[in-house]
Design a protein around this ligand. Sequence first.
Ligand SMILES: Nc1nc2c(ncn2[C@@H]2O[C@H](COP(=O)(O)OP(=O)(O)OP(=O)(O)O)[C@@H](O)[C@H]2O)c(=O)[nH]1
Ligand SMILES: [Mg+2]
Length: 468
Amino acid sequence: MTSPERPFGLADALGSFDASQDAGLRHVRGLSSQPGEGVAVGEQGPAGPERVVLVGAWTSGTLAEAESSMAELAALVEAAGGLVLDGVIQRRDRPDPATFIGSGKARLLRDLAEEWSADTVVCDGELSPAQLVRLEEVVKAKIVDRTALILDIFAQRAASKEGKAQVELAQMQYMLPRLRGWGQSLSRQMGGGGGAGGGVATRGPGETKIETDRRRLREKISKLRRELDEMKTGRDVKRSERRRNKVPSVALAGYTNAGKSSLLNRLTGADVHVKNALFATLDPTVRRTQTSSGRTYTLADTVGFVRHLPHQLVDAFRSTLEEVADADLILHVVDGTHPDPEAQIEAVRTVIGEIGGAGVREIVVVNKADAAPSEVLNRLLEGEPGSVAVSARTGEGCDALLARVEEALPQPDVEVEVLIPYTEGHLVSRVHEEGEILVEDHDENGTRVRANVDARLAAELADYAQPF
Ligand SMILES: Nc1nc2c(ncn2[C@@H]2O[C@H](COP(=O)(O)OP(=O)(O)OP(=O)(O)O)[C@@H](O)[C@H]2O)c(=O)[nH]1
Ligand SMILES: [Mg+2]
């Protein structure tokens, strides 16, 4: 279970952790990065990638679930450019309010981090500001929680101006309650003065500085919000234009690394960056495409979801995520090769609910059918009525998926028979794009069309009505 590069002498100490699994720190197998991995992303300092030990508190669910959460944490660390050396979990009823894992375990963790010469310990959860400070004091290494880690990956990946601003906003919101000295040193100052009776003397320069920092941060946050609002307006205009023109919108949503971008490329011939890494896509790409009967719709790639997606990010990325909530149809892409795809489906639905998309029609698309075990595929297809198995890699199942999409798009349901003069050619194009052509014919007076369109376009065409 130990990696060959485990420092000499550590095995004995670890043995004793393993002996009392419920009270001690349990090692998670197979977490350490392979040589050469974990350094592909992010910037390396002069001393190489950041050396990381993971720690989790296993408070509910099965051991397998706890381990899978830790494996995901390891992948997140690698996505951020860190090198995972080791990982331990501790069984407890709830996280320790002071140090997350309890102070005795925190000391064991300090020894472990020291033996590995780790720079950083990453915790699988969101720690309170006080827990972070306290744990850092005991462990004597940089402590990073899951939330900060995900924010860091987003910060490294953000490319567009809007994406960068969104991440910055999320980071500031995360920072605000965590400005150094808040909480802990503040209470120390207050405590020294004897509580409420302390009066003026208890307000030391430290507190003033922190207050100033917090005020500055708040000001920056509101400035960023205003800037983001302006950027959003541009996108809203584009989207409402599409709405007005009744171009149906389909959004690819799903867990990170499920294959959303691959599927967009496969279905529309787009050339979106695909990568075996978490959060490869941050900026949504929207492509126009057509059904086999020639109806135009848009297909949007989106940022991937993850369990416990930090609420600061959901908040900051709300306008991007609206692409999903506002869609006529969600293609919920699931990785059929993942060990627990059902948990991913649940996590994705939670986020879709948070952004107000729970009412949107959804087709579950089980991807990577070329590599997924058939019993998993069958289980998923059975569990999710209306789902389709596909492979973005080989293209298998994609025709069936497109047929499902076509059925699920809002249907034009008013039949019209019109003669459109050649001077109104744009109306003919719209009938092609938005409606379903049944018969089309040209004569010297114009284009004769029988088609199904929606009520709005039917009203615009009323002047040209002419039965065949
Ligand atoms: N075997 C197999 N691998 C696939 C398939 N589709 C995608 N992949 C691989 O899965 C990985 C992730 O693919 P992406 O398309 O980047 O996934 P994504 O959902 O866009 O990921 P994020 O943008 O990071 O959320 C890549 O290594 C792809 O090559 C498939 O059908 N079969
Ligand atoms: Mg992607």
